[in-house]
Design a protein around this ligand. Sequence first.
Ligand code: E4P
Length: 246
Amino acid sequence: MKLFVDTANLKDIEEALKRGFVRGVTTNPSLLAKEPKAKFEEHIGKIVELIKKYQPEAHLSVEVFSRDPDEILKQATGFAKKFLCSNLSVKIQIGWNELEIISNLNKENISVNCTCNMSIVQALMAAASGARYVSLFWGRIRDGGVKIDNFNKENRELMIGNKIARNDDFDPVSVVRRTRMVLNNVYPDVEIIAGSMRSVLDVVDAGLAGAHIVTVSPKFFPDMISHFKTDEVVNQFLSDFKEWLE
Ligand code: E4P
């Protein structure tokens, strides 16, 4: 399992890249909107420069921000021309119209990370259309199964009632595991990115479920790297050795 950093914050991206434990960066319009207002292309350009400085082979996903097919294609081809890092993928949301765009971009050798997938069949169709990556939204998949507000409850019951989904299609572990199963034989080169992480446990569970890549918000890094028993033993080693040296 590879780790990507899921943010548009330049400082967090730099801190992660220079430590070498992430193999890529994923952004999305909401993550960008959290950053101080700037010109979109300039901000992404700064991310590209950080990748070139610290990890030239690192992946970068940049998401389009339209539902209009012509605009999506224009943005996607524009990103490929403008953002010159060696492992760029254009992030395009899953959708009926988007599949044709994904197929055409694939024919032009433009790598697509098809995103906003919540189901096995969405990810399968994206892979079949030529997406290089399929992003499954772990936290939101679970939300769809547990939230009791009308929006989630009514849509969940509609999907189940219409035999589009079962209860375990709202269990992200099951969705990632089975997506990996259905992709492995025919689309072995397509990588599953698990996003929408809500805890460190989700990160581990997504990897164990079979996600090739888990993209993680930098807010989880401090908890991922630390453990009270590690602090305890390092302090013991240093104090033991200090006494020995004296
Ligand atoms: C990753 O590529 C996704 O865009 C991101 O993880 C989504 O996270 P969210 O569901 O918290 O918005």
